[in-house]
Ligand binder design. Structure first.
Ligand code: C2E
Ligand code: CA
Ligand code: CA
Length: 684
């Protein structure tokens, strides 16, 4: 070891040595990068990379050898035989190519290391041919032990080198492989040179004199530079091709496969680009988010093929109605985003939403029928609502979710208060999912009375949530969440069963009215749930009345009609809840076989203040009479309201005048007593 070190320190010129190290480390780095390509490619391309790697690898070993020989300080060296010098270059390039090829061509164990050993062997073969090419004034003596050691060390380090670069277990393995390459070449050279001596013979006349070290160094470096340049260019061409492929892959990742529109990631980039441009110009931009109404219900009822076709239909229609500075993306199951880069105020955005809403209204035909395509819209502005793409999209989506709660066709701009509301809703939604198992849900009952006799005729069941920290959470806050999250489908059967069982236990055979959400109605098997409840509770089906709002019936009329017919064949009554608040209450009334109409409390509340309310109530009662459907008025709070309803011929009333929603114990006092006398005082 010491003799090797002293050989390096005392027998080599540091300048040429430094040059050799520079070439060796850089060459090693490039060789191994190219070798990594060999392992990643197949067929002819693999062979081309093998040749590239072999050229650079072999060239590096050869150049390093000759620079080291120039560094080797011996006055007895006169020059080099051209033939052997060229042969040494050819041998090392071929050897390295062969080693690389063998290491990669089979999956046999140790084939990588065997290939590596061949690389090392070709380095030492090259070295000894290089020594033989030396033309000296004397005799070159090489000690066999050093020859063996140099060959073994070279083979060992290069076997290890290919092992590390092929089976990388961390990002340092690549660097370790470069070090092993350096160790392979240096160990061959310095171990061999330690055991090499030139014994002067005094007759150097017949050698071809080669006195200028500088010329040889330049020639060697030139060969190396040419090799480097050609390989570097090939490498760059390949990198560019890869970049173009990456671009194509990137495009695939940024588009939605179904509609061909930009997906969330694509939309994010598009918004970011527009915002970047908008930062340096006075123009504003807006992102509109819209979500298709009842999408999941339609998928449940008609299958994925129907919704896929519907999404393509929407993509086509909406894209067709957008202008030059407007682009469309699909960012969720049924959620789309529109980026409008040239809008300045709410009026323009509202107009754009109206345009989209109008084209969505174009009928979508499926399976011989027409499926409804409606949406709710939310939007946010740059820069007033958000300055960054993700935030702008997020705010538009918050506004859209808010709009969804008010039903399809709603357009909502983003407001700061929405962020807070969204957070609150998120927290409530999590708590609500545990409410049933924690026993926080309770049913309250509100009595319904005959307007003329004031006798109790039935009771409406109203769900209550007693939150452990927030106390009583009002239904308008949690029922929409339960509907959105689908939790209502879990609560529904429990409500029905509890209410029916309770009603079956009363002395008085009063009616029991249960609210049914549109989400429950659209889910398959609702009538079966109700049938099971009758069996488990023992209630006479004629005593149950299901309250359904117009919105629960409109979206998929055929399905709704089927469910209603199934329910009616069980003997259940169907009441139309909140009459007058929907957009086509009259048409709905005509279409479905209702057993009761419940006039919404909004109209009753305004009696005496707003003459339209009185007119609406009056005409509803006349219409109901002609259709032979009984009417119940909700929200009756005063005697005057009751008198008006009585004079118009309304049959039943429900409201604080008779009683507020009450817990079951309180209700039992009524249902289990003798028929009730007129309730003149407010209850609850
Ligand atoms: P709704 O079906 O219209 O229920 C009647 C609502 O009017 C009840 O509100 C009731 O407390 C209130 N109310 C009754 N009489 C008066 C009155 O004289 N004056 C005033 N100002 N209000 C009166 P509540 O209990 O807050 O329920 C609100 C809504 O929540 C219900 O409206 C219904 O849509 C929904 N909901 C309640 N329970 C259930 C349920 O079990 N299932 C479903 N799906 N929805 C429910
Ligand atoms: Ca109701
Ligand atoms: Ca109602």
């Amino acid at each position: 070891m010491l003799s090797v070190l002293s050989c390096i320190a005392y027998e080599h010129d540091p300048f040429y040595l430094a040059l050799a190290v520079l070439v060796l480390t850089n060459g090693g780095y490039f060789t191994l990068r190219l070798y990594a390509r060999v392992r990643r490619s197949v067929g002819t391309v693999k062979l081309l990379w093998v040749v590239m790697a072999g050229l650079i690898g072999g060239g590096t070993i050869w150049t390093t050898h000759f620079l080291s020989m120039l560094a080797y300080e011996s006055d007895l060296i006169h020059g080099y035989s051209l033939g052997l010098t060229v042969l040494s270059l050819v041998v090392v390039i071929a050897g390295v190519c062969l080693g690389f090829l063998i290491s990669d061509i089979t999956d046999k164990p140790l084939s990588i290391e065997a290939g590596g050993a061949i690389v090392g062997l070709s380095a030492s073969t090259m070295h000894y041919i290089g020594l033989a090419a030396m033309e000296v004034s004397g005799r070159v003596i090489v000690e066999p032990n050093y020859v063996i050691a140099s060959v073994l060390l070279g083979g060992f380090f290069s076997a290890l080198m290919l092992n590390r670069i092929s089976k990388q277990c961390s990002r340092f393995c690549g660097h370790v492989a470069v070090v092993l390459f350096v160790l392979c070449v240096t160990s061959v050279h310095f171990v061999s040179m330690t055991g090499t001596a030139i014994v002067p013979s005094g007759s150097g006349a017949e050698t071809i004199a080669f006195d200028s070290k500088g010329v040889l160094a330049i020639a060697v470096l030139l060969v190396m530079a040419l090799l480097f340049l050609s390989v570097f260019m090939a490498y760059m061409i390949d990198a560019k091709t890869e970049e173009a492929t990456d671009g194509r892959i990137h495009r695939i990742f940024e588009h939605d496969a179904l509609t061909g529109l930009l997906n969330r990631s694509g939309m994010n980039s598009a918004v970011a680009t527009v915002l970047q441009r908008a930062t340096s110009s006075p123009s504003a931009a807006a992102v509109i988010s819209f979500s298709l109404d009842r999408f999941l219900d339609i998928r449940d009822a008609h299958g994925q093929k129907a919704t896929d076709s519907m999404l393509r239909h929407v993509a086509k229609l909406v894209s067709g109605c957008l202008g030059e500075n407007e682009s469309l993306g699909r960012v969720g199951d049924c959620e789309f985003l529109v980026l409008a880069s040239d809008v300045y105020n709410n009026r323009e955005v509202n107009a754009l939403c109206a345009r989209i809403e109008a084209v969505l209204g174009t009928s979508f035909r499926w399976g011989g029928g027409v499926l409804p395509v409606r949406a709710a819209f939310g939007y946010a502005f740059f820069p007033s609502n958000a300055r960054e793409a993700g935030e702008l999209i997020d705010k538009a989506e918050q506004a859209m979710k808010h709009a969804c709660r008010s039903g399809p066709g709603t357009v909502a701009p983003f407001k700061e208060s929405l962020g807070k509301t969204a957070k609150e809703r998120g927290a409530l939604s999590i708590d609500l999912s545990h409410a049933e198992e924690r026993g926080e849900l309770e049913l309250y009952y509100q009595i319904q009375n005959n307007v003329n006799t004031r006798e109790v005729t039935g009771a409406e069941v109203l769900l209550r949530w007693k939150h452990d920290k927030l106390g009583m959470v009002p239904p308008y806050k949690f029922i929409p969440i339960a509907e959105e999250t689908g939790l209502i489908n879990a609560f529904g059967p429990w409500i029905l069963h509890t209410a029916c069982k309770e009603a079956a236990s009363w002395d008085m055979p009063l009616k029991i009215a249960v609210n049914v959400s549109s989400v429950q109605l659209s889910k398959d098997g609702f009538a079966d749930i109700v049938a099971r409840v009758f069996r488990s509770s023992g209630l006479d089906p004629a005593r149950l009345e299901l309250e359904i709002t117009e919105s629960g019936l409109l979206d998929d009329r055929n399905h709704a009609m089927q469910v209603i017919q199934d329910l009616k064949s069980l003997g259940v009554g169907i009441a139309m809840d909140d009459f007058g608040t929907g957009y086509s209450s009259l048409a709905t009334l005509q279409m479905f076989p209702f057993d009761k109409i419940k006039i919404d409390r909004e109209f009753v509340k305004d009696l005496g203040k707003n003459k339209h309310s009185a007119a609406i109530i009056r005409s509803t009662i006349i219409l109901a009479e002609s259709l032979d459907i009984p009417v119940l008025a909700e929200g009756v709070e005063t005697e005057e309201q009751l008198q008006f309803l009585a004079s118009e011929g309304c049959g039943e009333a429900q409201g604080y005048l008779f009683g507020r929603p009450m817990p079951v114990e309180e209700l039992r006092k009524i249902t289990n007593a003798r028929p009730m006398r007129p309730a003149l005082s407010l209850v609850g």
